[in-house]
Design a protein around this ligand. Structure first.
Ligand code: ASP
Length: 287
């Protein structure tokens, strides 16, 4: 059966500030369109974003309080209900390590050394870009690494993708360096099913923003449930973002796709780059 991917949407992280120039995500969409399934497409799109030094995932990730990278990623197959995440790992493409956990282990989550044991053939990543290294040094010298500053709006971004293939299967994948200045060992929402991403036969959802909020309320699952009840993905994203906004002022974004290919995106914060087959989208800004 020909299972060409019919729709993939990618995002480059909600930012707390208005960025003068949003990242172009078109390169991530160019890769997966000829591939076999939505799960492949999501993995390949996220890999492309992880390889983009302008984005906080894989190469380009933010540093933690100790000046080290600790990467999180999660991937979910809506058709089978399988999901997997890797936590605090140091490979260039954590999304592919998450996929390996999904396909080769009986587990859902694997952390640090245990996850890295599955990656002997993968490219390691124990540092980041010059720009991120300078940012860390500046913050350290200026005393801005105080945990009290954690989650400051301008310090948040991440990457992710949702996909639907022509057989109607949905998938979601998310990857991040986390939040700049996080404590060592801090895990965000991105690898956690229902929090930072969600996929079912009826909905695929990706979140972006300060992960603690998404973890506390399982924001991606809530959005997915609304879509499964028949709500348009745009309405579902807007309802959950408004609800999150009533709870916390931190930046937050939700991107969702349903099994008919209808897409929705809404956020609170300064800017958010989202692209799909029709080009850049304009997510509803609700703050
Ligand atoms: N949600 C990610 C985290 O908290 C960060 C982000 O979306 O920018 O780790």
């Amino acid at each position: 059966m020909n299972e060409q991917v019919s729709r993939v949407y990618v995002h480059g992280g909600v930012s707390g500030t208005v960025k003068p120039r949003l990242p172009s995500l078109a390169h991530a969409l160019a890769v997966p369109l000829a591939t076999a399934s939505s799960l492949d497409a999501v993995e390949l799109a996220v890999r492309a974003l992880e390889n983009d030094p302008m984005l906080n995932a894989g190469w380009g990730a933010v540093l933690n309080q100790e000046g080290r990278v600790e990467l999180d990623a999660g991937i979910s197959d809506g058709a089978t209900g399988r999901t997997a995440g890797v936590l605090a790992v140091t490979v260039r493409n954590p999304i592919s390590l998450a996929r390996r956990v999904l396909e080769t282990t009986p587990h859902v989550l694997l952390a640090s050394a245990g996850a890295m044991a599955l990656a002997p053939d993968m490219e390691l990543l124990d540092t980041t870009t010059e720009a991120q290294l300078r940012r860390y040094e500046r913050a350290k010298a200026g005393g801005a690494l105080d945990p009290a500053n954690f989650g400051e709006p301008e310090l948040v971004d991440t990457v992710g993708a949702v996909g639907l293939d022509s057989t109607g299967r949905l998938a979601a994948g998310s990857s991040t360096g986390g939040v700049f200045g996080k404590l060592p060992g801090r895990i965000g929402d991105s690898p956690i099913f229902g929090a930072g991403h969600y996929a079912s036969p009826g909905a695929a959802v990706i979140g972006s923003g300060v992960g603690e909020l998404f973890l506390e309320v399982l924001a991606s699952a809530r959005t997915g449930y609304l879509i499964e009840e028949g709500n348009h993905p745009q309405d579902a994203c807007e309802r959950v973002i408004e609800w999150l906004g009533a709870r916390s002022a931190v930046s937050a974004g939700l991107l969702a796709l349903d099994s008919s290919g209808r897409v929705g995106a809404a956020f609170r914060g300064g800017s958010w780059a989202v692209e799909g087959p029709e080009g850049p989208l304009t997510p509803a800004r609700l703050d």
